[in-house]
Design a protein around this ligand. Sequence first.
Ligand code: NAP
Length: 264
Amino acid sequence: MEFGLKGRIALVPAASKGIGFGVAKVLASEGCKVVISSRNQDSIRKATEQIVRETGNREAYGFKADLTSREDVDQLLVSARQKIGSIDILAYNTGPPKPGTLTELTESDWDYGIKLLLMSATRLAKGIVPEMVKKQWGRLIFITSTTLRQPITNLLLSNTVRLSLAGLSKSLATEFGPKGITSNGIMQGHILTDRQRQIAEDVSRRTGKSVEDAMKQALLDVPAGRYGTVDEIGYLVAFLASDRASYINGAMIPIDGGMIKSVF
Ligand SMILES: NC(=O)c1ccc[n+]([C@@H]2O[C@H](COP(=O)([O-])OP(=O)(O)OC[C@H]3O[C@@H](n4cnc5c(N)ncnc54)[C@H](OP(=O)(O)O)[C@@H]3O)[C@@H](O)[C@H]2O)c1
């Protein structure tokens, strides 16, 4: 597909595997220069090599950064700038929060969840937006979850903290829309990654069902009858990053095979 993204500089955090990796790979295949990150040096190096190998785009760079660490986020932005310049596209992704209910989650789980799901996004946006303002062009794309619209049992951190990303994205859309920057979010449903297996294992522990049955059960609520793919998320991100999507600002877009049942 041709989205006109050649030469654009994209940052995709939490991208050694899963959705972040899929998004980075699609952006690289569209000709973006990509910076990816995760907590594990070896995993992010392998992911970077895989992107280069599979897309033929040599402009992919990987850095170790824990998104819950302010120092790591600051250093990630410095490293990205030094390596390829100022960022045009932030395709914000983060690691999955711990599953759990009110009684199970501890005070420190909540602290960690807020750092992971909210503070990492605000720090990245704060570090990147001034450069976008100078260029009068930028794309902020927050990869979140359908839990914003429809809470999922046992995912209290996701159900609660991610809602603040909708407020962040909408506020940035209003504040920076006049500067040529769009800010949008994506609410993905069940996408086939290790995270879905982790959730199915949690269901299996709680209910005694097998993990395979828990994986199948999750699809009962999905009219499409299947898991989504990381490429499908990647192509939505690529479209939102393109000039074709310049009138989409402040939107929160579901990509869930029809799982969300509400009309709005
Ligand atoms: N898959 C789904 O169906 C689905 C649906 C809705 C929402 N989500 C959300 O979408 C996001 C991505 O999910 P996924 O399915 O792609 O998960 P995944 O396959 O488990 O991948 C998670 C990625 O995040 C990185 N990561 C984890 N914690 C991190 C941290 N503290 N700092 C930096 N990187 C970190 C991991 O690498 P390292 O371990 O090397 O750090 C890995 O690259 C998660 O927030 C998840 O909750 C997923």
